[in-house]
Ligand binder design. Structure first.
Ligand SMILES: [Zn+2]
Length: 495
């Protein structure tokens, strides 16, 4: 069996002013042997596809692939160029020796200029070239906005079930198993989709506990108890993509069309019945610091509203400003994006002192720059470390040139790359042992919990103003369907 694998992976926050340009794509595009080598020893989505193919004796044919950090839309010509190149490479591979299936590692919430449903367009371009006979499998992010067009153009859809996404690797393996099973048995698998009039803020989506966790368990039980059913995926959707098709949904894969439809409906009804249970308490920066100061240490405060993992700039200052104002011993902020300040600190050198304005330079939606007087340059780092979070464990993270500044009692990690903090890496790389600290602030919504749960004694969510804010009613939506929960209350899911 021969499976081609690759894809365009991007979660698009249409409120971000950072565009995906030719430069962005060129810097990270992998194909051929370079793609294969990037998967070795890493627990990533792409590695799961490769490892399962190898385990089952399947030849994986590497196609072009990009995994772009969440931000604003992709420029039209940049997307079209990648798409056309991918289609060309796929056709070339198929002509050399026929392909038996295609596995696409894509997100589900990508938007390009002129392409509100990028994934559907991508699939459509593939089908135009290869026809409808070769099965296409999709491994998608739980935050994908899934449309019927995507389903009609593909055959088997599998999403991550966990948020934090600690099962990306296993989800990919499942997709390959299903494609393989279909190929070896000759029995077609069917899929169905139920879309829900519901938008879920990522701050409310953790599956380690609570309502989202119950939905995950409910679906897993359905699959375990019904052999006809091969997968149920509950997509939380991505409400920061302001497109008409955004929203939560459920997909099912089963041996018959009827079973797929029935189980998708059943799972959708259960999830919908729990919609009021998803929201959890979040705090302003002031309230978060107040709570942290009274809680058992070490406390982790996650600034969900400025999560670069969801397209926010990562240089917001609301929480940092409050942390500096309080100046509590053992406070650390890890990390804020500001390459200018990094360069200023490098120029001063270790042991030097700088006056600077840190953060809030990418837009005016995440606070104003924080003025630091005589901040001490404690450490200069190359910004690399090995990831420990199960999401991508073993891979190398690179935050670019980075520094540790000491401002009073507060240790501030300043970096040259926008990233959410998944584990203690950003602290470790500048010499901070997190266990020595009392309050650690970071930018992430849920993924950090994949490592910090069980280590931090207390976790406090901070939802200051920003483009990844949990309160969806604060957004000026132009396209997203707000005739939906939580904007309006609906009785049923059948629109
Ligand atoms: Zn996600």
């Amino acid at each position: 069996m021969r499976i081609a694998a690759g894809g365009f992976e991007h979660e698009t926050n249409t409120f971000s002013n950072i565009l995906v340009t030719e430069e962005t794509v060129k810097a990270i595009q992998l194909e051929g042997d370079a793609l294969i080598q990037s998967c070795r020893g890493v627990r990533s989505t792409m590695a799961g596809l490769l490892d399962e193919c190898e385990a089952l004796g399947i030849e994986l044919v590497p196609m072009p692939r990009v995994d772009i950090l969440p931000c604003g839309v992709t420029e039209k010509a940049v997307y079209e160029s990648f798409r056309d190149h991918f289609v060309e490479e796929l056709w070339k591979a198929h002509c050399q020796e026929p392909l038996d299936a295609i596995a696409l590692n894509i997100h589900g919430a990508a938007v390009a200029e002129g392409y509100p449903d990028l994934e559907a367009d991508f699939l459509s371009a593939l089908r135009d070239r290869i026809g409808m006979d070769i099965p296409i499998g999709l491994v998608l992010d739980l935050h994908g906005n899934i449309t019927q067009e995507m389903m009609d153009l593909s055959n088997i859809t599998v999403a991550f079930k966990e948020y934090p996404h600690t099962d990306t690797y296993e989800s990919s393996r499942l997709l390959i198993q299903l494609l393989h099973q279909q190929y070896t048995t000759g029995k077609t698998l069917y899929q169905a989709l139920v879309r829900l009039p519901w938008h879920i803020a990522p701050a409310f989506g953790v599956t380690l506990s609570g309502a989202a966790g119950d939905v995950k368990e409910y679906n897993a039980k359905l699959v375990a108890e019904n052999p006809v059913l091969r997968d149920i995926s509950f997509f939380h959707g991505f409400p920061y993509a302001d497109v008409p098709l955004a929203g939560a949904s459920v997909t099912a894969v089963a041996e018959t069309r009827q079973a797929a439809e029935e189980f998708a409906q059943r799972a959708a009804e259960y999830a919908w019945s729990r919609r009021h249970d998803f929201a959890v308490k979040t705090n302003t920066a002031e309230a978060a610091m107040e709570l942290a100061s009274k809680s058992e240490a070490p406390v982790v405060i996650n600034e969900t509203s400025d999560n670069p993992g969801g397209g926010a700039p990562g240089d917001g200052t609301h929480l940092l400003r409050e942390m500096i104002r309080r100046n509590l011993p053992g406070s650390a902020y890890g990390h804020i994006y500001d390459p200018e300040v990094v360069q200023q600190a490098i120029a001063a050198g270790v042991g030097g002192r700088i006056d600077c304005e840190v953060g809030a330079k990418l837009d005016d939606l995440h606070g104003t720059p924080v003025a630091l007087k005589g901040a001490y340059v404690k450490t200069i780092s190359d910004g690399t470390y090995i990831r420990k979070n199960p999401m991508g464990a073993g891979g190398i993270a690179n935050l670019g040139p980075s520094v540790l500044l000491q401002a009073g009692n507060v240790s501030i990690v300043v970096t040259s790359a926008r990233r959410q903090t998944l584990d203690d890496g950003p602290f470790r790389m500048v010499g901070i042992d997190w266990q020595d600290m009392k309050i650690l602030a970071l930018k992430s919504s849920q993924h950090f919990k994949g490592w910090w749960t069980g280590r931090a004694k207390t976790i406090v969510a901070c939802d200051s103003p920003g483009i990844h804010c949990a309160d969806l009613t604060t957004f000026d939506y132009k396209h997203l369907d707000t005739d939906s929960f939580p904007f309006t209350e609906r009785e049923d899911i059948n629109l």
